[in-house]
Design a protein around this ligand. Structure first.
Ligand code: GLU
Length: 548
């Protein structure tokens, strides 16, 4: 067969040459050890935690090594494309501090290795496709859907492996006359790779996350170009990552089974193979077993979820770091206030099997992150969240910023800051009571206490309370109320023998807490009272007395 003739027949309009392309996209000038990587999402509009995991990995690897991170849009599947999806993706990643040095942007391409949208690269793919045909490494296949279905049915009957390979690859060795006749008939064709692999053979491969692997060779004549001339992922991956001079491909491990084919393709095309990092899936516990996070079942897979719940960006980022690098938590303990960008991220600390997503852990990490923020920052982040997701709450907090900052100052600073808030959506339950609009008595007094005793304590408190008292005097006065009303002010004595008492000073405090905050759990009462002020405290105590 005259492959040159076939190549011209299939690609009459290809005028560019490989050499021109190689010259147009020269090897990058990189410093020692600099990594070039990319994100190559399909614009489906759904940005998920997996994108963030991959994004953070490539971002850290490239930027820590003074390399380059670029964004390539893999829009070869027009059916799946959602309008505006690229903007959503860029914005979501930017929100998490992942910024690209080059690639597709909302305003077009930035960088010398574009176009960065695969749909604009057809001419480039065709140069290499033509070259493969010339070398006898690719051929057109005119099979219709029905013929492919028929091959599959026969494979099933014979209990053979499925797919287009070996004797089943009916266009692999067809004559030029057959091909010309099919073209003359106007039949559509796809371009297939002529595989010389054998499934009896293994290839050895080292993945930077998975380690040493032995994979079965590929014997399938996979499709390189679809009938509309648009490449498949595999072919575009080889051509793009070569010409864009990617040094490290970071992607989900669902691509691992395709790797033997990719190795074949790079070899056939005469390209140097990049290094690969295949990231394991994000899993979660479902009962006692693990399963992959699913778009359908798990709202927490979507990145928008974290924004809606009010997880600060830092919290999600920090949590992802704990699942990505096994040594991150130790580092954080030793460097509590350090900027996370100074953490030496390493792919060597990644779990080859994938990571377990644990919501409770995320919440915990977030409480720590928020506890390290100052009150002003907490106030800013919270109000920005509330403005978007809880307008009534926003209205009251934003109306008096000084008060809001005071509220968020409670228990903050010092060696052991309080860890009450993990998500901005928790603020309502934690501090809503500061505002009458959100104040409600939700806890009731335990039945063991007589209404008259509670009343006496509340009245007693009102008689001596002075907003000017410092915390010690304030508490001494509560103790005095306890003594006066038959409650123990000395906890030790009470614990040794509670029988002579109606309760203890802790119960007296609880009476006040429920009356003033509506609940048995609240931020520090001295601070709460200073913020609410005498009139509001007395008003709520009086309301409670009236109800008892
Ligand atoms: N478009 C592919 C995907 O969405 C990209 C995989 C890769 O990074 O090479 O999975």
């Amino acid at each position: 067969m005259d492959f040159k003739y076939l190549a011209d027949l299939l690609f009459p309009n290809v005028t560019m040459t490989r050499d021109e392309l190689e010259a147009k996209y020269p090897a990058r000038e990189l410093g020692e050890g600099a990594i070039v990587s990319r994100m190559a999402p399909s614009p489906t509009g759904f940005v998920h935690l997996g994108n963030l995991v991959q994004g953070i990995t490539s971002e850290r690897m490239t930027h820590q090594s003074n390399g380059t991170l670029f964004l390539r849009v893999e829009d070869t599947d027009a059916k799946r494309e959602v309008k505006g999806a690229v903007e959503v993706l860029i914005d979501s990643l930017k929100h998490y501090g992942i910024e690209f040095d080059e690639g597709e942007t909302a305003d077009g391409d930035v960088g010398a290795y574009g176009p960065y949208r695969q749909s604009k690269r057809a001419d480039i793919y065709h140069v290499f496709a033509k070259e493969l045909v010339e070398q006898g490494m690719a051929y057109p296949c005119f099979c219709s859907e029905e013929e492919l279905a028929d091959i599959r049915a026969r494979q099933e009957a014979e209990k053979a492996n499925f797919g287009y390979f070996g004797k089943w690859a009916i266009w692999r060795d067809r004559s030029i006359e057959d091909i010309e006749a099919a073209i003359a008939e106007g039949k559509k064709w796809v371009l297939r790779f002529r595989s010389s692999g054998n499934i009896e053979n293994k290839i050895k491969f080292t993945d930077l996350i998975k380690g040493k692997l032995e994979l079965t060779e590929n014997d399938m004549d996979h499709v390189l170009l679809k009938s509309d001339g648009i490449p498949t992922y595999h072919f575009a991956h080889a051509v793009d990552d070569h010409l864009m001079r990617t040094t490290h491909v970071v992607r989900g491990d669902e691509w691992l089974p395709s790797l033997p084919f990719h190795v074949q393709l790079f070899t056939a095309l005469g390209f140097k193979l990049p290094k690969y990092l295949h990231i394991g899936p994000l899993m979660k516990m479902d009962g006692t077993s693990k399963r992959k996070l699913s778009k359908r079942k798990d709202p927490e897979l979507a990145l928008t979820y974290y924004k809606e719940e009010g997880f600060p960006v830092e919290s999600v980022y920090e949590y992802v770091m704990t699942i990505l690098n096994s040594n991150f938590e130790d580092w954080r303990r030793a460097n509590q206030t350090a900027d996370i960008s100074t953490f030496p991220f390493s792919y060597k600390k990644m779990n080859p099997a994938g990571s377990l997503f644990d919501y409770a852990k995320l919440l915990d990490v977030s409480k720590n992150v928020i506890s390290r923020m100052d009150a002003e920052t907490v106030c800013d982040l919270f109000t920005a969240w509330a403005k978007e997701f809880d307008a009534p709450l926003y209205d009251v907090f934003a109306a008096d910023r000084d008060k809001a900052v005071k509220i968020f100052s409670i228990g903050r600073g010092g060696k052991k800051p309080r860890k009450d808030i993990g998500r901005w959506c928790d603020v309502k339950a934690y501090a809503g009571f500061f505002y009458d609009e959100f104040f409600a008595v939700t806890d009731s007094y335990p039945e063991q206490f007589a209404a008259d005793d509670i009343k006496a304590c509340l009245e007693g408190f009102k008689e001596t309370y002075d907003a000017a008292d410092d915390q010690n005097l304030w508490f001494d006065k509560i103790k005095a109320v306890a003594d006066k009303c038959g409650f123990a002010s000395d906890m030790k004595a009470y614990k040794a023998d509670p029988t002579p008492y109606k309760g203890s000073v802790a119960d007296v405090s609880m009476f006040l807490r429920v009356a003033i905050t509506g609940s048995m759990n609240s931020p520090d009462m001295y601070s709460v009272m200073s913020i609410l002020g005498r009139d509001k405290i007395f008003e709520r105590i009086d309301d409670m007395i009236a109800k008892l």
